[in-house]
Design a protein around this ligand. Sequence first.
Ligand SMILES: Nc1ncnc2c1ncn2[C@@H]1O[C@H](COP(=O)(O)OP(=O)(O)OP(=O)(O)O)[C@@H](O)[C@H]1O
Length: 256
Amino acid sequence: MTPIIEVQQVNKAFGGLRVINDCSIQVAKGSITGMIGPNGAGKSTLFNLIAGALMPDSGRVLLEGEDITALSPDARFHKGLLRTFQIAHEFSHMSALENLMMVPPDQPGETLFTTWFKPGRVRAHDAEVRRRALEVIDFIGLYHVRNELAGNLSGGQKKLLELGRTMMTDAKVVLLDEIAAGVNRTLLGDLIGNIKRLNQEMGYTFLVIEHDMDMIAQLCDPVIVLAQGSVMMEGHIDDVQNNPEVIEAYFGGSAA
Ligand SMILES: Nc1ncnc2c1ncn2[C@@H]1O[C@H](COP(=O)(O)OP(=O)(O)OP(=O)(O)O)[C@@H](O)[C@H]1O
């Protein structure tokens, strides 16, 4: 396999609490890799380390073989590594289509952060951006609500819109953090279908943190199990779910 993301012997502590413990993972290019683990296992922390929101105390993060450990989240975003964001409060009063148009594909000097908070800087009426946004909104099945305010969309529709925002960029790897939470079953089916299409038709690699085992089973292979900040096992979901150590980590002791 060709890794697109490599986490090499990463450690991270908050105060005295060691949350990521000599952790190494590889995400294969073209895969939809799942990450599961009991509450507090360090999944979100690891995501933040990969996305650049946190710096490791030691160890390295590589994207396509390049050491990106010292890069900011913006720099990683421009290299095609991104995570979905909840629709920010400020943008809930804009239409679904406009929300997509706020994400410029590749404008030097513009970042997700600056476009999010300085909408005036974005050429929102650019015909090319609009054309792309219309394509994307059609792809994610929200064409019929394109002019609805984002704030009025259902929880599931918002998740689809978040996924659509990644399509306004030249994403290579998308980190999805609990995207199924609060989404009804019908829209969850749409979400899973879209993630698969983005993977198969557009070559996106996904790393997915999810508590919803159904979604993991339908979507992810392989699945990485994180426990106490390091990898407990990695494999097909069937093997993971039948592994006694994993069952113990989830259901034994005080773990949720
Ligand atoms: N900024 C922080 N400062 C201090 N402790 C933190 C910080 N972020 C996370 N932690 C602690 O690190 C541990 C791992 O948290 P993390 O959110 O990464 O786990 P998780 O596997 O994503 O859990 P969950 O499934 O509940 O979301 C927890 O004990 C948490 O309290």
